[in-house]
Design a protein around this ligand. Structure first.
Ligand SMILES: C[S@@+](CC[C@H](N)C(=O)[O-])C[C@H]1O[C@@H](n2cnc3c(N)ncnc32)[C@H](O)[C@@H]1O
Length: 228
C-alpha cells in the first residue's frame, strides 16, 4: 500500500497508543496470558487500514485479535478505527510478516488472515509474496496443528500460485472459491475487497489448514527463514 507520509503521524499514533504492541517479542509465548486468557488468537497480516479485523473483533468480543502491517501510515488509520469503536480485544503490531517467529512461539496462533496482499507479479519478486513457501514455513511454525490461513485476493495468478504453495508446504485446502460474492456479499469485506467488488471483479478465496507433515520433510519445514 503506497501512502503519503503523514506529518502528524507521531501524535496520531500516541493518541491511540494503547492499541499498539510496541515490543511484540516481549509477548512471545504469553499473548493469551497477558491479554486474554483462554481465548482464540487470530492475526491479520498486512491489515492496511484495518477495517476487516476491526469488524471481526467487534463481532466476536470473546476472541483475541491482532493485526499487523509494515506501513505505519496505514496502521495508524486502523488503530484510530479500533479506538473509535472502543474495541478491547484488538491490538496492532508495526513490522514485517517475516518477523512472526520473533513474536510468537511455535503453535501459539490459531488463525492467520491474509487479505489482498501485494501480488508482486514479476517472477524475480516471487519471494516477496506473502504466500511464498518461505513465508508459509514461518506461518507453519507459529500456527497450531489444525490452525488455518484464510486467504483472499482479486488476483487470479496470485491465487493459483498460492494454491500450489499451500498444497506443497504442509497445508490442506478447503473452501476454495473463484467468485466468493457470486451470490451477493459474503461476510466481512476488507477495504480493497469492497473496491474490487464494487467494480464487479471476482474475489478468490481459500482456507489452508496446517496438516502434519511426513518426518522426512520435517527438517526443512521446521527451520523457517525469519527474513525473506
Ligand atoms: C494491498 S494492501 C491490502 C490491505 C488490506 N489487507 C485490505 O485488504 O484492504 C497490502 C498491505 O500489506 C502490507 N504488507 C505487504 N507486505 C507486507 C509484509 N511483508 N509485512 C507486513 N505487511 C505487509 C502493505 O503495507 C499493505 O498495507
Amino acid at each position: 500500500m503506497r501512502m503519503r507520509k503523514k506529518p502528524n503521524l507521531v501524535p496520531r499514533m500516541e493518541r491511540c497508543a494503547r492499541f499498539l504492541i510496541k515490543q511484540p517479542e516481549a509477548y512471545r509465548g504469553v499473548w493469551r496470558d497477558a491479554l486474554a486468557p483462554g481465548r482464540t488468537l487470530s492475526l491479520e497480516l498486512g491489515c492496511g487500514k484495518g477495517r476487516f479485523t476491526a469488524a471481526l473483533a467487534a463481532r466476536n468480543p470473546e476472541n483475541l485479535y491482532l493485526a499487523m502491517d509494515r506501513v505505519p501510515e496505514a496502521l495508524v488509520v486502523a488503530m484510530e478505527c479500533a479506538s473509535a469503536a472502543s474495541l478491547s480485544n484488538l491490538y496492532f503490531i508495526s513490522g514485517d510478516a517475516g518477523s512472526l517467529c520473533d513474536w510468537f512461539s511455535p503453535g501459539e496462533v490459531d488463525m492467520l488472515y491474509i487479505n489482498f496482499c501485494d501480488p508482486w507479479p514479476r517472477k524475480r519478486h516471487a519471494k516477496r509474496r506473502l504466500t511464498h513457501a518461505n513465508f508459509l514455513a514461518i506461518y507453519r511454525n507459529v500456527l497450531r496443528e489444525g490452525g488455518e490461513i484464510r486467504f483472499k485476493t482479486d488476483n487470479e495468478a496470485l491465487f493459483d500460485f498460492s494454491l500450489e504453495q499451500f498444497a506443497a508446504n504442509g497445508f490442506s485446502l478447503s473452501s476454495v472459491s473463484r467468485n466468493l460474492h457470486a451470490g451477493g456479499p459474503a461476510d466481512i469485506m476488507t477495504d480493497y475487497e469492497e473496491k474490487f467488488y464494487s467494480q464487479g471483479l471476482p474475489i478468490f478465496r481459500c482456507v489452508a489448514v496446517k496438516t502434519p507433515i511426513a518426518s522426512h520433510e520435517k527438517e526443512h519445514a521446521e527451520k523457517p527463514m525469519t527474513r525473506t
